[in-house]
Design a protein around this ligand. Structure first.
Ligand code: GCB
Length: 604
């Protein structure tokens, strides 16, 4: 078929189906070190549960008159039934649920509008970058629909060169967080479905030809070599690229191939990044007048039998699970300050590892953990039972995995890419997750691949991991709730664990709920006494697990979940936090702290 004809057909199909197929442009990494204009602040918003701003009364996409047009309602002789100017505001970044009481449980569409000033620069290209929008975003610039994005926790960008004008510009985003069966995550989860433009929005200005992406890490097969690549974007792809690591006296002049890709290898003896000494090196990447900087560390990560080996040395992962929910405020976290509160609590508990559950957290969370010497388990929201046989669901999951790895592949502290949490056995699921694992390894052959699986009681008192997926994973990682969903805490004393595969065992969840300050008997649910006793017995049980390589209790802080309904105890909070929603440390926190301090000595 002739190319042009195919294009016409495609456009026809697209308009008939009533959806837009406009693509995002390939992800631009390390936004912070680029020339940017922030679009954060108070945006005008319209709450639109019936999606009136997008569809007409026949439920067909509006050709004209949609809210994306952003027409001011000044001429009252004309009928118009929306008006951003007089409507209310929401702060960007931020979830809407915790900004307005009437949006607390809201799931649906909210329109966001920002009018901003811009000065067109003829020697620049401009990109509109969203660090994350939950869950679907349709974006309009100066009344033109420029594209859409699906997935609530990964960044995306559109090129808007030529679409912006001098003076005032209009940016409208239709944000829809309705849960859907085919989505990732699906309708069912145990965390708050925070809607909104939940992370930063930025205009990035670049040269005509610029560094879009790069990878710089130790070579997997030789720890005396730093290798990497740089990817240019633009119409002069043969421009020389300079990569420098001044402290290591490394300077590489690279000539990209016809696709703008240039790889390199160089001998080096960097000081390795470790949790005790999280050494990072300044890296400069220069093309023409544009210099990008990053801070990059070097380390090796591998497994040997049931050990996790960091820089050639066995390490125990003293971890904790974290949701991206701000301390004290209890909404979606997005700022460095909020991330730091959570990470410092983990540090205080003695952690060298965090499981960022159950989706990619914001980039700063990972970067700050890296500076603090905290290793990271990075996860995508393939959670519980999603549609294993739906090709679109797979595409969506793979896109989220790809975007997560693309964004964070230079973060030394990430040691495990997690592709799923508590998914049910079955051939379709195995196929789905095997493909995802293959993709993860193709994108990043260095790090480990894991998934939070589930334990099984093969006979009374005998626990194991009996999951066909474990063959595909680098670690035997699973959640277990002996003493909470499975018996009372005393059960921990009676069970034994056995494993047939020789891989590192990581307990990716355990624990139980407690309301801070609620006291009572050791078998009384939701008391701090129960939770403390459960933790003491869990730790004793763990000491009997041969090959245990790490634990991440569920969870650092109480977090909002509409599944948790007991009034005056849960009040919409999952109470399994070691710290309350108000920042108070529960008794169980100190059980973990004590054990982790012992382990620190043991693994010195
Ligand atoms: C789990 C899930 C986690 C839940 C937790 C719980 O196994 O992975 O998302 O929040 O249990 O509290 O039940």
């Amino acid at each position: 078929m002739k190319k042009k004809f195919r294009k016409v057909l495609l456009l026809l199909a697209v308009s008939m189906a009533g959806v837009t197929l406009a693509e995002t442009t390939p992800q631009i990494i390390n936004v912070e070190s680029r020339q940017t204009i922030s679009l954060d602040g108070l945006w005008k918003t319209i709450v639109d549960p019936f999606e009136n701003g997008y569809y007409d009364y026949r439920r067909l996409p509006l050709k004209k008159g949609g809210y994306g047009d952003d027409v001011e309602y000044t001429d009252k002789t004309k009928l118009q039934e929306y008006d951003f100017a007089t409507d209310r505001t929401l702060f960007v970044p931020g979830d809407w649920n915790t900004q307005r009481p009437e949006l607390y449980y809201y799931e649906g569409t909210v329109w966001y509008r920002n009018r901003f000033q811009y000065q067109v620069k003829n020697d620049k290209r401009v990109f509109l970058h969203f660090a994350a929008v939950n869950y679907e975003a349709i974006v309009f610039v100066n009344g033109k629909e420029i594209g859409q994005h699906i997935g609530g926790f990964t960044p995306f960008n559109f090129e808007v060169t030529g679409l912006l004008k001098n003076g005032e510009n209009s940016l409208v985003v239709k944000v829809d967080n309705k849960r859907k069966f085919e989505a990732v995550p699906t309708v069912n989860s145990d965390w708050w479905n925070y809607g909104g433009i939940t992370r930063q929005v930025t205009l990035i200005e670049t040269q005509k030809t610029f560094v879009r992406d790069y990878y710089i890490q130790l070579k997997k097969t030789d720890k005396n070599i730093i290798n990497g690549w740089v990817q240019l974007d633009g119409n002069q792809l043969n421009k020389t690229v300079k990569v420098e690591i001044p402290e290591l006296k490394i300077t590489q002049q690279l000539t990209p191939d016809a696709k703008g890709y240039a790889a390199f290898e160089v001998k080096a003896k960097p000081t390795f990044w470790t949790p005790e000494n999280p050494k990072l090196y300044k890296v400069n990447i220069t093309v023409s007048d544009e210099v990008m900087t990053d801070e990059i560390g070097f380390r090796t990560i591998e497994t040997k039998g049931n050990q996790i080996i960091l820089n050639g040395k066995q390490v125990f992962l003293r971890g904790v699970c974290i949701h991206e929910e701000a301390a004290f405020r209890n909404g979606r976290a997005y700022s460095k300050e909020e991330d730091l509160v959570l990470l410092n609590w983990a540090k205080e508990m003695g952690c060298n590892f965090v499981r960022l559950a159950h989706y990619p957290h914001n980039e700063q969370m990972v970067r700050q953990a890296e500076r603090l010497g905290i290793m990271v388990w990075s996860e995508i929201p393939v959670y519980w039972t999603i549609q294993w046989t739906n090709p679109d669901t797979y595409k969506n999951a793979e896109a989220q995995l790809t975007d997560n790895i693309t964004r964070d592949k230079n973060r030394t502290n990430i040691i495990i890419w997690s592709i799923a949490n508590e998914t049910p056995h079955g051939a379709a699921r195995l196929d789905f997750l095997t493909r995802l694992a293959t993709k993860a390894r193709e994108l990043d052959p260095v790090r480990l691949v894991g998934a939070a699986m589930e334990k099984e009681e093969v006979k009374p008192g005998l626990m194991t991991l009996n999951d066909e997926l474990s063959k595909v994973m680098d670690v035997l990682s699973f959640n277990q709730y002996v003493g909470w969903y499975d018996g009372l805490p005393e059960k921990c004393d009676r069970v034994n664990w056995t494993f047939t595969e020789q891989k590192p065992i990581i307990i990716t969840e355990f624990g139980g709920g407690a309301l801070y300050g609620l006291r009572g008997g050791l078998t009384e649910h939701f008391t701090e006494d129960y939770q403390e006793d459960l933790y003491i017995r869990s730790v004793n049980m763990f000491k009997r697990i041969p090959g245990l390589a790490g634990t991440t209790p569920w969870i650092l802080k109480d977090f909002r979940s509409p599944r948790r309904q007991v009034r005056d105890v849960q009040d919409d909070f999952n109470r399994k936090g070691l710290i309350s929603d108000k920042g108070q440390k529960k008794k169980a926190f100190f059980v973990m702290k004590k054990w982790y301090n012992e382990l620190k000595e043991q693994y010195k």
